[in-house]
Design a protein around this ligand. Structure first.
Ligand SMILES: Cc1cc2nc3c(=O)[nH]c(=O)nc-3n(C[C@H](O)[C@H](O)[C@H](O)COP(=O)(O)O)c2cc1C
Length: 365
């Protein structure tokens, strides 16, 4: 029986009860997995044994990260960290919902007593202090073999005392860049900057919806991490025009995009009372599968068009990471066919940590 995240306990409790990874290490490292056939799998150009990743969220520290590496995941994103320690929102952090399909943000969904594949996620991007996570990243990197990639998700923390808009943006960008530089210094292969968190109401949560600000922050991060891969995690984008506008502002500074973070919705209980003080929360899991696949297709089309418009071969290939609702090998194939270069699974992998091995087995048949 594989250890799973305890849904009824806090983020802190789950950190304190992380898997014991000592039995999983051989000569200090997690074992690598046989490369999956099909393509030269990679994350932003760094070779990996498969397309299978865990996005920012389930991997709270090096022990959770190495545990999932040991059970067949190759692209491992360390849960979003900050330049200052921050606690998690109070329980419940994970509320199952009834919704079967969500296309756009803004609806209200019903909570459910049992899990049917989707839940509302309410963490608020907690973080351990930089002293702790910087050391912990070096521990994770040291135990990863060839074929497995360590990505660190970072977010800037706004100083609420700064009221001038430009000064506030500069402070936010600087804070993002500081975390990114620290993560690279600690051994991360690359950075994922979280430009979308539906569960925080400040600008740091919704940068992807402000393309010029997003470009400013991405440029600042790029200036501090040399050539290391930089991916932006974004939320729901609905139109080609929005996709183009965002790409125009951020593409010069980034290596890829991860999408879709989740789809924001309000959650009501059986009696119709709104949970979370009526604030929206990110819905993750199976209800977001179709929307996630559509969004990969939208961005791949936009990229192909812009690549075609530039002189042949001169434009960069942006790595697209498909996230949202994956729980089977067929779902992985849908994302790859839609134009994703790699994929990541949070909800289904938290419920079943053996999922990557199942997917590998069914692809190998
Ligand atoms: C428990 C949990 C915590 C999460 N925390 C983060 C986070 O810290 N940063 C982030 O960018 N996304 C976070 N996410 C969103 C996931 O990275 C992912 O985008 C989302 O869950 C959709 O994938 P899924 O349908 O496979 O769950 C979290 C998701 C879950 C389930």
């Amino acid at each position: 029986m594989l250890l799973t995240y305890n849904l009824n306990e806090t983020w802190r409790w789950n950190l304190d009860h992380a898997p014991d990874i000592a039995p999983l290490l051989k000569s200090g490292k997690v074992e690598s997995h046989v490369p999956l056939a099909g393509r030269n799998w990679n994350w932003c150009g760094i070779p990996t044994s498969s397309s299978l990743g865990i996005p920012a969220g389930p991997l709270l520290d090096s022990r959770w990260l190495l545990y999932y590496a040991a059970v067949g995941f190759d692209i491992l994103v360390y849960k979003t960290v900050r330049s200052v320690a921050r606690e998690c929102y109070p329980l419940p952090n994970l509320v199952p919902v009834d919704s079967t399909s969500l296309a756009t943000a803004g609806s209200t969904v019903k909570s459910s007593k049992s899990m049917h594949g989707s839940w509302a996620v309410s963490f608020g991007m907690p973080s351990q202090s930089p002293e702790i996570w910087r050391y912990d990243i070096s521990v994770a990197r040291a135990a990863l073999p060839e074929g497995k990639v360590l990505v660190v998700s970072v977010v800037g923390t706004q100083n609420a005392a700064i009221t001038d808009k430009q000064a506030s943006l500069e402070q936010l960008a600087e804070d993002f860049a500081k975390c990114a530089a620290w993560a690279i210094d600690s051994g991360a292969h690359g950075i994922e900057a979280n430009f979308s968190c539906p569960n925080v109401s400040t600008a740091d949560g919704q940068l992807y919806q402000q393309p010029e600000d997003a470009g400013f922050v991405a440029a600042c991060i790029r200036s501090r991490i040399g050539d290391a891969p930089l991916v932006l995690k974004i939320g729901k984008v609905n139109t080609a025009a929005e996709a183009n506008q965002l790409l125009e502002c951020v593409a010069p500074f980034i290596s890829g995009l991860a999408m879709t973070n989740s789809i924001a919705a309000r959650v009501a209980d059986e009696s119709g009372t709104l949970l979370f003080d009526g604030q929206p929360r990110g819905i993750c899991g199976s209800a977001t599968l179709d929307a996630g696949v559509d969004q990969i297709q939208l961005f791949r089309k936009a990229l192909l068009k812009s690549e075609g418009a530039e002189s042949q071969g001169a434009s960069q290939h942006l790595h697209l990471i498909g996230v949202g609702g994956i729980s089977t090998a067929d779902h992985v194939t849908r994302y790859l066919n839609a134009g994703a270069d790699s994929i990541a699974i949070a909800t289904a992998a938290m419920i079943n940590p053996g999922l990557a091995l199942n997917i590998r087995a069914s692809i190998d048949q």
